[in-house]
Structures are given as C-alpha cells and as structure tokens.
Design a protein around this ligand. Structure first.
Ligand code: HEC
Length: 417
C-alpha cells in the first residue's frame, strides 16, 4: 500500500514534468487564465467536451503561458463579439473573455493574429453509388450520361450557387436556410442527416465542416474541395482580441509562431480539404460595350460615332487620336471603365458650350484654335442633354475604336435589333 502511494506520487511528479512545459512565454500582468470566448457546440472548432481543434490550440497556448484555459460559451452567430469579448461582466468589472478563435483574418471587429488555417468550400457525396464527382459540372454529366438527377443540398448564398446555375442544375437544388438562433439548422446537419439518409445526393458546405461531418458519418462519404472556385474563395482564420489589446495579440502571435508545427499537426488531425491545385482566379472578362458583326455596328455604337463627329472631334481629332489641345482617346480608353469615362465627361472640366447653335459653335472653334494648349481644358458636358443621354454610346464607339474593333470611317449599321 505504501509502495503504491509512493509510486503514484512519483508518477504524478513525472507526469507534471511533462505537462508543465515551463512555458517560454510569460502571461500578461494580472492574467491568471487564457479566457477563451467559444461556442459549446461548433465542431470542428470547439465544443464543451473540448473536442475541437481550437480547444486543443487554446490548451497549447495556456501551456506556454503556464496558466489554465477558461471558457465563456456563447453560440458563434450574430452578436458573438458583442456578447462575449466586448462585454463587461457587471459583477467583476472585467470583460467576459479575452480571445476568440477561428476569426476571419484581417481587418474587422477584432485585432487579429496571423492566420493559422485556411480553407475553401467543399462538395460532399456518398461514396460508391456509381458516379464520381471532381467538379461541379460533373453533376450535369451524371445526368447526361447516366440519367441520374442528383439532388443538391445547398445553403442559401453558397459560393457554388452561380456555378450550379451556369451548369443548368437549378431544378436539382434543395435550399437550406440559416436561421439565426435556430440550433436545429447547423451546417453539419446537412451531411449528418440529409446526405447520410439519402434525402440529398450532394451537399455543398464550408470545407472544415464538410470534412468533419463526412469523416464522422457511418455512411462512407467523399469530400471534394471546390478548388475550381479559385483562390479568391480561400479564406484564412486567426485568433481575435479586442482592438486595444495589442500586447496580448503580439504575445499570441509569438506563441503561435513558436508552436506552428504543433498547431499544424493539430489541424491536420481534422483533415481539412486539401488546397493543393487551387485554380488561379479567372480574369474577369469585361463584356464589350459594343456589338460589331461583319464590320456593322449596333445602334449604340452608331450613335456614339455620330455624336463624336459632331462634337468631340473638334478637339480630339476626327480619328480620336488627339490634337495639340486634347489627348488621344484611343489610348485613354484602353483601361478606362465606363464609369470613369462618365465621370470625366460630366465632371471635372470648366467650360460649357452649346454645340447645337451654329454661331456658338463657330465661335467655339475659333476659341479653341486660339487658346494656349497648356491652359486648355475640356468643357464639362454636364448640362448638355444631348451628350448626357448618350455617354454610354460614346463609350461604346470609342471603346470599339480603342480595342481596334472599328476603324475611323463612318460605320454601317446592323439591321436593327
Ligand atoms: C474643347 C475641346 C474639347 C472637346 C470639344 C472635347 N474634349 Fe475631351 N478633352 C479635352 C481636353 C483638353 C482634355 C484633357 C483635359 C484634362 O486632362 O484636363 C480632354 C479629355 C477627355 C477625356 C479624358 C482623357 C483621359 O485620358 O483622361 C475624355 C474621355 C474625353 N475628353 C472625351 C471627350 C468626349 C467624349 C467629347 C465629346 C462629347 C470630348 N471629349 C470633347 C478637350 C475637349
């Protein structure tokens, strides 16, 4: 009996040596615990059984500081920061908790550390049902080739929505709604419940949640990261503190840096969808503002040509390539959005000319010819209804010229449209 007590005592000592990793870091003055604001039911991030990766990372931080972890639980939904990290406990006069985890990195409600994980949306389906999905468009292929209309479970406003619609899959979508405060609709349920039981065949959701629930399901599932959505849809997460707590944030950053391999190992256990082969962001192709078929132009472009040659040519030259007094618009328009064009035309210039009046027009032309090029400014067309109403047309014409889609000669009109 005595021997047993002794050995337990010894064991305890040994265990302690291992546990109290005499932290390389010192807690801040007055700090007796790492006080985490967290959701008690939000796997894979956190829960009150401490099964989430944020629970484990909090433990690791506390270990470095040689103090315990304390939780203040609150659902991570609308009002989270207001009701946790930014709320003072009237009894103690202190904030309820001091660090929130898995917060979007970058500017926002919190002062954040460097990110410690990133992810993207994913698509999940039951494995072994005779089809394979690698991209969203494969859902349409399964329909074409096997006649199977897979039912798609989607949260409203999911990033995949646009791509699904572009693939003609509208009729196959079943929308789920997020309702603030309704614990019955949590994203994991779509996998756990709807997908496992066959109510839907493919579900779209945020990567970490997709993997977690797919890996914990009794039904075998395949998780496909939507890397086709491009790097624009990768989001990174950090620890967040109050804006004024810079020293605390810096301390957390230093701990996270010192233990980054351990943190990566913790996160790896949760098998987040792989971000290897994420496709580069597609360059957004701006739709041309003009239509030209066999050298013939649409009405807009035609009206633009007419206006340019009754008004703008005076200064910008009949080929729009500029004169002594005004710049080459074919160059200007290369990178000018229609909005910027509009602002230039309506905004910043001082003179006003009524070009419908032949006398004024002559006077104006003379004036232009005499003015010193250095001081000369473009008139503002703000109160010129004829121009104002047709800025879009002028833009279409000049853009077509600038793009090299149209020459200087009078264009022919397309049969009307
Ligand atoms: C009285 C001479 C004059 C007329 C007429 C004129 N412009 Fe200009 N425009 C100028 C001058 C001068 C500038 C350069 C002004 C400056 O940068 O301050 C300019 C600049 C511009 C710019 C901006 C170019 C750039 O690179 O930022 C656009 C676009 C433009 N004009 C379009 C038009 C259009 C369209 C018309 C016909 C509705 C027109 N202009 C008529 C003199 C004129």
């Amino acid at each position: 009996m005595v021997a047993r007590v002794v050995s337990l005592f010894l064991l305890g000592l040994i265990a302690n040596i291992g546990l109290v990793h005499a932290g390389d870091f010192k807690a801040l003055k007055g700090q007796t615990a790492v006080r985490v604001c967290a959701d008690a039911h939000n796997l894979p991030y956190s829960n009150d059984k401490l099964e989430g990766f944020d629970n484990k990372i909090a433990e690791l931080i506390a270990e470095e500081l040689g103090i315990p972890v304390e939780y203040y639980w609150f659902p991570q939904r609308i009002g989270f920061s207001r009701n946790t990290i930014k709320k003072v406990d009237p009894k103690t006069g202190r904030f309820l908790c001091d660090v929130a985890m898995s917060i979007p990195a970058g500017p926002g409600r919190y002062l954040t550390t460097k990110p410690y994980f990133s992810s993207i949306d994913a698509m999940v389906y039951r494995s072994g049902e005779g089809f394979e999905l690698n991209r969203i468009s494969d859902i349409a292929k399964v329909k074409e080739e096997q006649g199977k209309e897979l039912k798609i479970g989607l949260f409203d406003r999911a990033t995949a929505t646009e791509e699904l619609l572009a693939n003609g899959l509208t009729d196959q979508i079943e929308y789920y709604q997020f309702m603030a405060g309704d614990a019955r609709v949590y994203p994991g349920r779509i996998v756990e419940d709807e997908l496992a039981q066959g109510k839907v065949d493919v579900a779209f959701l945020w990567g970490p949640i997709a993997s977690y629930y797919a890996n914990h399901s009794d039904v075998p599932m395949t998780v496909v990261p939507l890397n086709e959505l491009s790097e624009k849809y990768i989001f990174s997460f950090a620890l967040g503190v109050r804006k004024q707590d810079k020293a605390w944030r810096d301390l957390l950053d230093n701990i996270m840096e010192a233990r980054k391999d351990d943190i990566a190992a913790i996160i790896a256990e949760y098998k987040l969808p792989s971000l290897a082969n994420v496709e580069p962001a597609k360059e957004k192709v701006r739709k041309a503002p003009y239509t030209i078929v066999d050298g013939k132009v649409d009405n807009k472009t035609y009206v633009g040509w007419r206006l340019f040659n009754s008004t703008c040519f005076v200064c910008h030259g009949s080929n729009a390539t500029g004169t002594d007094v005004a710049p080459n618009l074919l160059i200007s328009l290369k990178d000018m959005s229609s909005r910027a064009f509009r602002q230039k035309i309506l905004g910043r210039y001082f003179a006003t000319v009524n070009l419908d009046d032949p006398d004024r027009r002559m006077a104006f032309l003379e004036e232009v010819a005499e003015i010193d090029a250095a001081e000369f400014k473009m008139p503002t067309w703000d109160d010129e209804p004829n121009i104002r109403a047709h800025i879009g047309d002028l833009y279409a014409y000049l853009k077509a010229r600038s793009d090299g889609a149209l020459g200087e000669a009078r264009p022919e009109r397309l049969e009307e449209q």
